[in-house]
Design a protein around this ligand. Structure first.
Ligand SMILES: [Zn+2]
Length: 464
């Protein structure tokens, strides 16, 4: 029985989807910059959830949005649009910026074996859906117009704050909203913004030219593709107090019912014990990790070692040990793949139950990994063990089937300089057809414990 921790109830609940096909919405990236390792951790979590659902036999209809308009610098609708700012700074059009960073995001997630949801929805391709949504909210009396936009009237939605369990004063303090004298309440948020004449992204609407707010995008797209009520909605914990609170307000105001049954949130990543921020220069990307010699799957393994609801402290020491462990895992897999022993069905059954119990307990992947390690280390080398480990890997996503390719090959022994010099001398003698000298030097190398192997255009020296 799968249990998931629901942020709304603050408890682990038995997962009961509405139908065989699980409907799931995941807040996606705002594509104005590279996704950093903290962002990517959230998508590893999303991916693991999808994999566990599939392992348990469910089918999934998943949607993820790509925010390419409307995400202002502050989540609470202040400041400039992130896309517009990036466009000005990088001297490219918002469309070019979005295309560029979306492609990198897709490549990074693919390198991390993150399976993408079935539907990827771009905000700019759903402007009409958002406008219709805002019109409907206005007709129902939940929205009002000011000189700069259409705002959601949170006084009309008394349950506002039920996800974050913050009262409005705390919300406002947290969101640092600027005072806008036309807003009825400081926490009212923009559904639609009227555009200044020279604003770079704007669309025709019943309220003149403008662009959508960020929150409306997720409500409109999830409604369009998944209907009134979703089984699961995921995001990062940073989304809880403003973005997801606003999504609930909009969606439930419009539908008049509960619109998400299970809210799941991935925790933050810290770097060297502190906050991750652009100004500290510690918002690492997958490309930067690769440059430092860490393959993307080592980062995935690093993430899997912590439960998704625990803060994870990123350190390079931690990455070193993740890489070492992962290589060891591939080496163990290889041993089992080549093994000839027969594993006991009873033992395998026990591991399988342990693994299933761990993943079904609110995705306890660290515990599930423990089962994998114990099995690979304790059992005799056997193809049966290898096959079961591959089944586990449908959840872990560590490409364990590529163990041959990824297993750590023994490092070639360092050849001392004096040995290299003798080998070079022998190669010269050989080139000059001085066979006697060449043979003498080969013997000398052998006495010193080295073998030389000739190839067409060179030679290699190996320690005997
Ligand atoms: Zn969202």
């Amino acid at each position: 029985m799968l249990k998931l921790y629901n942020t709304l109830s603050r408890t682990k609940e038995e997962f009961k989807p509405q139908a065989d096909k699980v409907t799931m919405y995941s807040c996606g990236p705002t594509v104005y910059n590279y996704a950093h390792i903290g962002n990517l951790r959230t998508y590893v979590f999303m991916d693991v959830l999808r994999r566990v659902l599939k392992y348990d036999g469910y089918k999934i209809k998943g949607v993820m949005n790509i925010t390419d308009v409307g995400h202002l610098l502050s989540d609470a609708d202040d400041g400039e649009d992130k896309m517009v700012k990036a466009s000005r700074e990088q001297k490219k059009s918002p469309v070019e910026i979005a295309a560029y960073y979306t492609e990198i995001f897709m490549n990074d997630t693919a390198a991390l074996n993150i399976g993408m949801p079935e539907i990827i929805a771009k905000a700019t391709e759903h402007i009409d859906d958002m406008i219709k949504y805002v019109v409907a909210l206005q007709e129902k009396g939940y929205a009002y117009e000011t000189s700069d936009g259409i705002y959601f009237d949170i006084a009309k939605f008394p349950e506002y704050g039920k996800l974050s369990r913050l009262n409005l004063d705390e919300q406002i303090a947290g969101a640092r909203v600027e005072v806008n004298s036309e807003k009825r309440h400081p926490a009212d948020f923009a559904l639609w913004k009227k555009a200044e004449k020279n604003h770079i992204m704007q669309w025709q609407s019943p309220w003149g030219m403008g662009y959508p707010g960020w929150h409306i995008e997720c409500s409109a797209m999830s409604r369009k593709y998944l209907g009134k009520t979703l089984d699961i909605h995921t995001g990062g914990v940073d989304h809880i107090p403003v973005h997801h609170e606003n999504e609930i307000a909009q969606s439930e105001a419009l539908e008049g019912c509960k619109t998400v049954n299970y809210w799941l949130h991935g925790e933050f990543m810290l770097v060297e014990g502190g906050k991750m921020s652009k100004s500290l220069g510690n918002t690492y990307t997958i490309a930067q990790l690769k440059e430092k010699g860490y393959p993307p799957l080592a980062f995935r393994y690093f993430c899997l070692n912590a439960h998704y609801r625990k803060k994870l402290n990123f350190t390079f020491d931690g990455m070193d040990s993740a890489l070492t462990s992962l290589k060891r895992l591939y080496a163990l897999m290889l041993k089992h793949k080549q093994g000839t022993e027969k594993a006991s069905a009873e033992a395998l059954g026990k591991y399988e139950t342990e693994f299933r119990n761990a993943i079904d307990d609110d995705l306890n992947i660290p515990l599930a990994l423990g089962t994998l390690w114990t099995m690979l280390k304790d059992e005799k080398d056997s193809r049966d063990v290898y096959s079961l480990a591959l089944k586990f890997d449908t959840v872990l996503g560590l490409s364990l089937d590529k163990c041959e390719e990824y297993a750590d090959k023994p490092e070639p022994a360092e050849i001392p300089d004096d040995i290299k010099a003798i080998a070079d001398e022998r190669w010269e003698a050989r080139k000059n057809k001085n066979w006697a000298e060449s043979d003498r030097l080969r013997e000398l190398l052998k006495e010193k414990g080295y073998a030389v192997k000739d190839a067409k255009d060179g030679f290699t020296v190996e320690k005997l």
